[in-house]
Design a protein around this ligand. Structure first.
Ligand SMILES: CC(C)(COP(=O)(O)OP(=O)(O)OC[C@H]1O[C@@H](n2cnc3c(N)ncnc32)[C@H](O)[C@@H]1OP(=O)(O)O)[C@@H](O)C(=O)NCCC(=O)NCCS
Length: 191
């Protein structure tokens, strides 16, 4: 399954290169996710999760996690709860990425450092490294600022080094005191 997704992502990039066109961040539409997006979001989450964590977690673990964290009911709640900002990025009519910020959870050790955290940020593999992640995050940050916060945090898996490089490039700082056994806790100041 994972190889199929990776192959199709690579093929899509090759076709686009042959056509001499690679979309930049400006070619994507970012807007709040809506209830009618839920089915497409679940499909996209499956592709993103298997591509991102296929070498980190077992296929069964990923299936179980997706069933829990991306259930239809859970997504409907996450999208409509005003305590969250849940954004979807589309290329044309096709969802290719999503991000969600919302109230911080108390995971790990040490005192809470933030009131809001980034809970999801995932792009389809064929749409990574074009500045879309940065744009999605900047849009989420505008919501965080408007909600009155001057910092936010996120967890990233200790073996997800590409995402760690992304967060470091965008100004996140590691706060080891709130790490969990396999995740690093990062904080970004918006001040
Ligand atoms: C992490 C993710 C959201 C980043 O979005 P993106 O659109 O690919 O990244 P951008 O193009 O906006 O990159 C912005 C900067 O981050 C850094 N960066 C991003 N990806 C990187 C990588 N794989 N390696 C090194 N640096 C990276 C670069 O400095 C980059 O700037 P540059 O392209 O001018 O060099 C996206 O790659 C993704 O969805 N990854 C899989 C899911 C995931 O791991 N999500 C995070 C879960 S905690």
């Amino acid at each position: 399954m994972r190889q199929v997704h990776r192959c199709s992502a690579v093929r899509e990039r090759q076709v686009q290169k042959q056509r001499g066109f690679m979309p930049t961040a400006a070619h994507y539409l970012i807007a709040p996710a809506a209830l009618e997006d839920v089915a497409a979001l679940r499909d996209l989450a499956e592709v993103c999760w298997r591509a991102t964590y296929g070498d980190i977690y077992t296929p069964d673990f990923i299936s179980g996690f997706l069933a829990r964290a991306y259930s239809e009911l859970g997504l409907r709640h996450a999208i409509t709860d005003p305590a969250n900002c849940f954004l979807l990025a589309k290329r044309g009519e096709t969802p290719v990425g999503f991000g969600q910020v919302g109230p911080a959870f108390h995971a790990g050790n040490g005192p809470m450092l933030t009131q809001v955290d980034l809970h999801r940020l995932y792009l389809h593999p064929a749409h990574q490294r074009r500045g879309l992640g940065r744009r999605l995050l900047e849009t989420l940050e505008a919501w965080i600022r408007a909600a009155g916060h001057d910092r936010y945090g996120c967890y990233v898996h200790s073996r997800n080094t590409p995402a760690q490089a992304f967060y470091a490039a965008l100004g996140f700082v590691h706060h080891p005191g709130r790490d969990t056994h396999d995740e690093l806790y990062l904080v970004k100041s918006l001040a």
